[in-house]
Each structure stands twice: as structure tokens, then as C-alpha cells.
Ligand binder design. Structure first.
Ligand SMILES: Cc1ncc(COP(=O)(O)O)c(C=O)c1O
Length: 412
């Protein structure tokens, strides 16, 4: 008698659907969402495009409307196996999570998560380092609906307890912070939140569950701008929120009420990207750290804002809580002005100039945290730049940065 698989049901695509939880991350990335009933034995879940789903008769249509639509064809907006497969694969990466909802952008995911847990009269705590459109949603949209926002120092840690009032309902975190990369003490903030019965939300786009499994660390709603590392190829907008069992139904009903849905084509590209996210992220992380260390040795650079380097606030927390770093970081020039910074960025050959990050290609953007902050002051030795390190050869990227730095030194 020959050897048999330990699990007779297991054969590549049959390891999905919750049967892959005991495997490590890399295996879960490969197997997630590939249920045979969704893939029809095609390796990656194919594109099931649909708006209308047909019923045999009126009785069946009426009966269908009374039953739960989770993983059941009902109407295109509620998804097809293509979206369910990606959502399930993302959930598989978050031990302790119930399920994941997909959105047409990261910002849509952030706004739906906040609307799911906040009501008029509530107060939201937001870190001062938060992604600017998140700040804008809170101070603009949420304010109109009677929800107030209090900004806090991202390095506050357990001190967040002093900011909680009778109306505080939720604490939002983003670690490391957009543009400035402060690492937050998430375990300390989560402990305070649990003590006060508050909901915690995390924008985990930078780390992804591979470097920071948020639900396991006590977060209630974890958000990804899938546009970045999940998709990984700078060609799709998408977001996700993964929820605990306690908050899943609230998130789901709010998101359906808002009409949120993603195109099956985009979900398919998301699943395709996800399979290689682990190897891409490892390479982004390795290259970015090499370049960050090189920049640290340059006289033109005052400070490198990379969470793994001790020049970045919270780097001790980073080494305690994260499994590694991804490919986005910043640095501050040693003096100079707006013009010298623009001259440096314009002189780069391999770094594109543009928003977003997480794709295979390198990018450089000017950042101006002092224009945004309200609870803390951004003090710096010179202007700042954010770098997204792509999958190009590290020596080529360093040579490019070196020639651009030389350019500003020799500027008339
Ligand atoms: C930290 C962070 N969160 C969320 C988003 C929003 O994602 P999207 O552009 O998909 O709306 C971004 C986009 O740059 C981001 O940097």
C-alpha cells in the first residue's frame, strides 16, 4: 500500500476553506480561498462576473431573499466566488478573525469600518500621524454626523487612558504612521481599550498580517489598503477590513447598506497578487533596510525614519512586536529647502514620482507633516522625503540615490 495524504480530503485546492489554519503563513498564502467549488479545479479562482443571478421560479427567488447570503449566489453586489475567495484568503492570514469584507479602495475600507462602529455623539481617537484622508474623513464627514475626533500623540502608549472621555467609543491606530513612521505601542493601547470597552481599529497596510497579525494582537477591525502589497503591481484599487467574530455582522451589514462591492476582475487580480505577497514583502523589506542604512551614513541626511532603526520613534516597540519591516520609509535632509528637495527627487532615474506604494517599482515623494498635524509638532532639520523601495537591484537604487544627492550638492 502506497503513502496517502495525512488528510485524505487535502489536495492543493482542498486545503482551503478553513482547513489550512494549522499551516504557516507562506502555505496559507498559497492555499487560501481555493475551494474546489469556487475554482472548479482551476488553480487560481477564476473570474465569476455577475450582476443578475437567475432562479428557477418565484418561490425559489423569495426563499433566497430570506436566507443568509454569505458564500451563496444571490445578486452580484453580494459577490461571487471570485470575491469570496480573496476575502477568505485574507481572513486565513488573521488567526482569530471571523471574516473579511472587500472595498473598492483603502479609503472606502477605512470609512466603512469607522461608520460600522461609530454613532452620533461618539468620540473617536485618531493618531496625529494618521494617513491624511483618514483625518479628512473624520474631521469632515464624521463631524457632519455629530461624531467628534480627538487627535493623540502616536507615541502615547498606555497614556491613551488619560484621553478617554465618557463619549469615547473607538481608538484608531496606524503603525507605523503615514509619512513619519512612528511605531505605536498597540498592545498597551489595546489593553486600555479593552478595560474601557472601546473598539480598536488598525490601518495595517504597512505591515500586512504577515508582519503584524492584528486580530491575534487584540485589534477588533484590521484594515488593509490592498492597493499596496496585496495587489502588489500598482494596477488595482482595493481595500479590506477583517473583523473579530463579535464585530463581523455589524461590519458586514454596514458595508452592504453603503453598497460596497468590488469588481470580480479586481478581486481576481488581488488573489493573484496575494500568492506572492510573502516573497515580495521579504524582498521589499530587505532592500529597504539596506538602503535606509546607506542613507543613514550620508552627510546630506539628518535622520532616517525607518521603524527598524533607532532614529525612528518607537523602534524598540517595532523590534518587540513586528516580524519584520516592509519597503516604505522616509528620511529628513540635513538642511536644504523645498527647491533642493525637488531637485533631488527630479534627478532620480529609477524612482517614479507619484502617490501610493507597495508595487514592484520604486517611488519617491516629498512629505510635509508640519502642514497636517494638530496634536503634536513636526520639527525637522530639513525637508522630508518618502521612499517606496521596489524590487529593482539594491545597488542600482543606491547608485541612483547617490547621483541625485550629488546633483543637489553641485547645484548653483
Ligand atoms: C496607510 C494608508 N492607508 C490607506 C491608504 C488608502 O488606500 P487607497 O489609496 O487604496 O484608498 C493609503 C494610500 O496611500 C495609505 O498609505
Amino acid at each position: 500500500m502506497g503513502c496517502r495524504p495525512r488528510n485524505p480530503e487535502a489536495k492543493g485546492d482542498r486545503v482551503s476553506g478553513g482547513n489550512n489554519k494549522h499551516y504557516r503563513d507562506a502555505t496559507r498564502l498559497v492555499t487560501g480561498g481555493r475551494r474546489p467549488e469556487w475554482t472548479q479545479r482551476i488553480v487560481n479562482p477564476p473570474v465569476w462576473r455577475a450582476s443578475t443571478i437567475l432562479y428557477d421560479n418565484v418561490a425559489q427567488l423569495r426563499d433566497s431573499a430570506t436566507r443568509d447570503t454569505h458564500h451563496r449566489l444571490f445578486y452580484g453586489r453580494k459577490g461571487t466566488p471570485t470575491q469570496w475567495a480573496l476575502a477568505e484568503a485574507l481572513t486565513d492570514l488573521e488567526p482569530g478573525a471571523e471574516a473579511t469584507f472587500l472595498y473598492p479602495s483603502g479609503v472606502a475600507a477605512i470609512s466603512a469600518a469607522l461608520l460600522a462602529v461609530l454613532s452620533p455623539g461618539d468620540e473617536l481617537l485618531l493618531p496625529d500621524s494618521v494617513y491624511d484622508p483618514t483625518r479628512g474623513f473624520a474631521t469632515g464627514f464624521l463631524k457632519r454626523f455629530g461624531i467628534t475626533t480627538r487627535f493623540y500623540d502616536p507615541t502615547v502608549g498606555a497614556g491613551i487612558a488619560d484621553l478617554i472621555s465618557d463619549t469615547t467609543r473607538a481608538i484608531f491606530m496606524e503603525s507605523p504612521g503615514s509619512l513619519t513612521f512612528e511605531v505605536q505601542d498597540i498592545p498597551a493601547i489595546v489593553a486600555v481599550a479593552k478595560e474601557h470597552g472601546l473598539v480598536t481599529l488598525l490601518d495595517n497596510t504597512w505591515a500586512t498580517p504577515l508582519l503584524f497579525p492584528a486580530i491575534e494582537k487584540g485589534i477588533d477591525l484590521t484594515i488593509l489598503a490592498c492597493t499596496k502589497y496585496v495587489v502588489g503591481h500598482s494596477d488595482v484599487m482595493m481595500g479590506s477590513v477583517t473583523a473579530t467574530p463579535e464585530l463581523w455582522q455589524t461590519l458586514r451589514s454596514t458595508s452592504f447598506a453603503l453598497g460596497q462591492t468590488v469588481s470580480p476582475d479586481d478581486a481576481w487580480l488581488g488573489s493573484r497578487g496575494l500568492r506572492t505577497m510573502g516573497v515580495r514583502l521579504a524582498q521589499h523589506g530587505k532592500s529597504a533596510l539596506t538602503i535606509a542604512q546607506w542613507l543613514q551614513s550620508r552627510p546630506e541626511v539628518a535622520r532616517v525614519l525607518h521603524p527598524a532603526l533607532d532614529t525612528c520613534p518607537g523602534s524598540d516597540i517595532f523590534h518587540r512586536d513586528f516580524k519584520g519591516a516592509s519597503g516604505l520609509f522616509g528620511f529628513v535632509f540635513n538642511g536644504g529647502d523645498e527647491e533642493s528637495r525637488a531637485a533631488f527627487i527630479d534627478a532620480l532615474d529609477l524612482f517614479g514620482i507619484g502617490y501610493s506604494w507597495g508595487g514592484f517599482e520604486s517611488l519617491a515623494t516629498p512629505v510635509d507633516p508640519q502642514r497636517i498635524r494638530t496634536a503634536t509638532r513636526w520639527e525637522a532639520e530639513g525637508p522630508a522625503v518618502r521612499l517606496q523601495i521596489g524590487l529593482e537591484d539594491t545597488d542600482d537604487l543606491i547608485a541612483d540615490l547617490e547621483q541625485a544627492l550629488a546633483c543637489i550638492r553641485t547645484r548653483p
